[in-house]
Design a protein around this ligand. Structure first.
Ligand code: SF4
Length: 264
């Protein structure tokens, strides 16, 4: 993990701008769009769950070079470190507890614990944020939800005393295809969709891609699913209960149906 420069300054009199960067299409387009509009963020944070896709990790030096080229702050990689636990990744967290990422149970605990909290903790120790809060202001947090994703706005956080949330892609009316074009026009490769390789939100074509391109990771995901099904949280083969990483179905069954059985 990089050392955060706690003395990096925000523009005087303006709320500090913090980018929640996911290293995927939307948030990369958000950075490009900010640069086009002459808006320089003060802090760019990427929360690493330890289980991002390999292509996501490979994108890190690319975007860091671009950030240098456009005189944006460097990417700060943050990570949740449990005080006392036999794991330091979300995968390890699930493995230890014979469970799945909480998204499988239609909860947001995995992203709150492994994405949002480590970022917020860093901001809490960042002097421009402390100054801002000390003078009664709110830090502006930029989230890369694209146009059409309005339902994902943090409707429940309108009265957050620390953060004012901004969704630039919605204001700029940039959907996913427009985001890809913007990135390509900036001479950057278009990154893969960012997510943990075992994310329950993965679609079936993405599973097939994982099995084909990263059979080792696919096997790890199936092992996690198998462990969940052998553990106390599994409620049996009732399709109304969570069956596996596919929620209503198992990734193992999907692998069998799609011919990736040998990899399962
Ligand atoms: S990518 Fe999926 S599994 Fe990983 S933290 Fe986000 S919701 Fe959870």
């Amino acid at each position: 993990m990089q050392q955060l420069n706690l003395f990096h300054s925000a523009a005087p009199g303006k709320p500090p701008l913090v980018v929640a960067y996911g290293m995927g299409v939307d948030s990369t387009a958000m950075l490009v769009g900010l640069h086009q509009r002459g808006i320089r963020p003060d802090l760019i944070l990427f929360a690493d769950t330890g289980g991002e896709k390999p292509d996501t990790y490979l994108y890190s030096p690319i975007i860091r070079q671009w950030l240098r080229d456009v005189d944006f702050p460097d990417l700060q990689v943050v990570r949740y470190i449990p005080p006392i636990a036999p794991y330091d990744t979300l995968y390890g967290n699930c493995w230890s507890n014979f469970t799945l990422p909480s998204l499988a149970f239609r909860k947001k605990g995995c992203s709150i614990k492994w994405k949002r909290m480590p970022q917020d903790r860093v901001v809490e120790h960042w002097l421009p944020a402390q100054d801002c809060w000390g003078s009664g202001g709110r830090v502006r947090k930029l989230i890369g939800f694209e146009a059409g994703e309005e339902r994902r706005r943090y409707a429940d956080r309108g009265d957050d005393p620390q953060y004012d949330y901004w969704y630039p892609l919605m204001d700029w009316e940039l959907d996913r295809e427009a985001c890809k074009r913007l990135i390509a026009d900036a001479n950057l490769p278009v990154p893969v969709k960012s997510a943990c390789f075992y994310c329950p939100a993965c679609k079936k074509p993405e599973l097939a891609e994982l099995a084909a391109e990263h059979p080792d990771l696919h096997a790890c995901a199936l092992a996690l699913e198998g462990r969940y099904r052998a553990g106390k949280h599994f409620r049996g083969d009732d399709p109304d209960k969570v069956q596996g990483l596919g929620i209503r179905y198992t990734w193992a069954d999907q692998a069998r149906h799609s011919g990736h059985l040998a990899l399962a």
